[in-house]
Every structure is written in structure tokens, then in C-alpha cells.
Design a protein around this ligand. Structure first.
Ligand code: 2P0
Length: 322
């Protein structure tokens, strides 16, 4: 049986940064994200008794090495749970603009978890889909749901999963300022590990993020956009500060990242409701009011170029296409 599932990407407003268990992918802190509709992955899976190896095609190109290995983590878990021993054929189409340089592991691993479990005949709850996606990539646990989503760090494999927080249907959008599509020098997996193990700033990150998360959930409940935005910026800046204390120190920022952050601050001082965030790369994302997004996009595009500023609305959770 072949099953096809779509998952959208998500951007964390309270970041996930650091694991306490690398195999189970259990995080040091809970995180909170927004699922977005502009970027998504469609993945088909079928288990095939005639195959002697798993096959993984990404945008029609067969993958080997570490990319295939990540997919096999999920396939093996599904085989274990379903009792199926056949190899699988996995076909993924990533709908992320080629120049974007945006990570796709969140939508990719979530779509794979959905398609592989459905193809194996497992009827998993959303909670169990989130747990399965988590094993591929931490951030993927959040792409199971739409809108604002919290990944609760939990205490073990069973209770570390995402929960929906709010559908975000209240004048919210996100702009993506695409600065660089180069492969990052320090992968997020390696960056987190190095920071947890060596940065003296790391304990303060974990401690203070707990408070930020409580405050952010209050802000969402009260639809208090400016508090939401301020907490978003604070979480990103604190996460990136931890990397400067690591041994060897590193940063994902590039000169243009700073230019973009400063421009967001300037536009805010001119009356726009906009707040930046950054992940494990130089691109800057801007949380904004959807009603102001087009005008903001024009301002940002006049500095970074039209092709480099993309707008997204709110996305929905995992969806079975066929
Ligand atoms: C996040 N990031 O919350 C954080 C913020 C990057 C910065 O989750 O090792 O691909 O597969 O669990 O989920 C990117 O890392 O890492 C990420 P793994 P993942 O979105």
C-alpha cells in the first residue's frame, strides 16, 4: 500500500536548543513554534517485498549516505511497530524554493512519519505521530500540528511530544529574508551538542527558557502580539548567545543577518508590528501582522531584493493526500 502525506515546515518562536538524549531525541527544554503554509514536503512510502534495500528519492534524485540513514531511523521504527520486514521506497518532494537555504528536516521527517506509518497500516494518534517524527528530527515533532504548537520536553520517550496551542487565526504572518544558501559550517545537531557540552551560558538558557515559554503561552492566549514578538526576539538572541561561549565558539550570523535585524528594529520604530528570529543559519525570519506584511515585504525587498523576501501565512498539520 502506498501512502502520501503532506507536512508543513515550522519556525520556533521559543527555540529548541540542546538534547538530553541524542538517540531518543529528548530535548533539554520545551519549545513553541508556528507552522507555516509556504514551505512543505509531500512524501510517499510503500513497503515493497521485491526490494533488497531501502530507496529514498528527494526531488527525484536518489539519496545515499547520511540522508538515507536519517530516513531509515523512521522506517526501522515503523517496521518494529508494525511487524513488517520489507524494505521501503520513499519519494519526497520538497516545496521549498531552491535558493532558500531553509532547513527542511521538520517538514521532511514529519511527512515521512505520517506516510511510513500509514503505509504500514499503523493507525497512529497525533501524539504518537509526533513522537515518531521526533525520532527523525526534534523540530519535526511540532509539524504534526498547525498554528502555534508546543513540544513538551516530557520526561521520557512516551511523553515528549507536541501539543496544539492555538490555531493562530489572528492576523499573523511570517516573512523570510533569504541571505545565503551555503551549506552551514556547523550543523544544528553538532551545534547543539557542542553548546550543551561546553558553553558556560547553556544552563542559563535552559533555566530562563522555562519562564519565557510560560509568558509566551499567556501572550498567545491574550492575543498580545507585541509581547509574543518581544519574547520571540529574546529567545532567538539568547539561543545564539550560547554558541559564542562554546568551545570552539561559533555563530550562525553573517554581516547581513545583523543588517536585517537592525532594519526590522527600524521598521518597528516606524510603527510596524514586526519581530525577528533566526535559526541554525544566517537567514532572518520576521514575525509580523499579516495585514502589514505586504508593505513590510516591500521595505525589506528594497534592501535585500525581491527574490530574497518571501511571505508565508499559517500552515496546518499533517494531511494524508492519498
Ligand atoms: C528549532 N532548530 O527549535 C531549533 C532552533 C534550529 C534552531 O530544531 O538534531 O533539525 O534533528 O533534532 O530539529 C533544528 O534542528 O535537529 C532546530 P535534530 P533539528 O527549530
Amino acid at each position: 500500500m502506498k501512502k502520501t502525506v503532506r507536512a508543513h515546515t515550522n519556525i520556533a518562536l521559543i527555540k529548541y536548543w540542546g538534547k538530553r538524549d541524542e538517540e531518543l531525541i529528548l530535548p533539554m527544554n520545551s519549545s513553541l513554534s508556528l507552522t507555516l503554509d509556504a514551505f512543505y514536503t509531500d512524501t510517499s512510502v510503500r513497503f515493497d517485498e521485491t526490494k533488497t534495500e531501502d530507496e529514498f528519492y528527494l526531488n527525484d534524485v536518489q539519496q545515499t549516505g547520511s540522508s538515507l540513514k536519517k530516513v531509515q531511523v523512521i522506517l526501522d521504527l515503523v517496521r518494529q511497530q508494525s511487524g513488517i520486514s520489507h524494505k521501503a521506497v520513499v519519494e519526497s518532494q520538497n516545496h521549498v524554493p531552491t535558493a532558500a537555504g531553509l532547513a527542511s528536516s521538520a517538514s521532511g521527517m514529519a511527512a515521512l512519519a505520517g506516510a511510513a506509518s500509514a503505509a504500514a497500516g499503523l493507525e497512529l494518534s497525533r501524539k504518537d505521530l509526533s513522537r515518531l517524527a521526533r525520532r527523525g528530527s526534534g523540530s519535526a515533532s511540532r509539524s504534526v500540528y498547525g498554528g502555534f504548537v508546543e513540544w513538551q520536553k516530557g520526561t521520557n520517550d512516551l511523553d515528549s511530544h507536541a501539543v496544539p496551542v492555538d490555531d493562530a487565526d489572528w492576523d499573523i504572518g511570517m516573512l523570510f529574508i533569504l541571505l545565503n544558501k551555503k551549506e552551514k559550517a556547523v550543523s544544528s545537531r553538532e551545534g547543539m551538542k557542542r553548546t550543551v557540552e561546553t558553553s558556560p551560558f547553556y544552563p542559563s538558557w535552559v533555566e530562563s527558557t522555562e519562564q519565557d515559554l510560560i509568558q509566551m503561552k499567556d501572550a498567545i492566549q491574550n492575543r498580545d502580539f507585541d509581547t509574543l514578538g518581544k519574547l520571540t526576539e529574546r529567545s532567538a538572541l539568547k539561543m545564539h548567545a550560547t554558541t559564542l561561549g562554546a568551545v570552539e565558539p561559533f555563530t550562525y550570523w553573517e554581516p547581513d543577518s545583523l543588517v536585517a535585524m537592525e532594519l526590522v528594529r527600524t521598521l518597528r520604530s516606524e510603527g510596524f508590528h514586526c519581530y525577528f528570529t533566526m535559526d541554525a543559519g544566517p537567514n532572518v525570519k520576521v514575525l509580523c501582522r499579516m495585514s502589514e506584511a505586504k508593505e513590510l515585504q516591500r521595505h525589506l525587498a528594497s534592501r535585500f531584493g525581491e527574490d530574497h523576501v518571501l511571505l508565508s501565512g499559517i500552515g496546518e498539520g499533517l494531511k494524508e493526500l492519498s
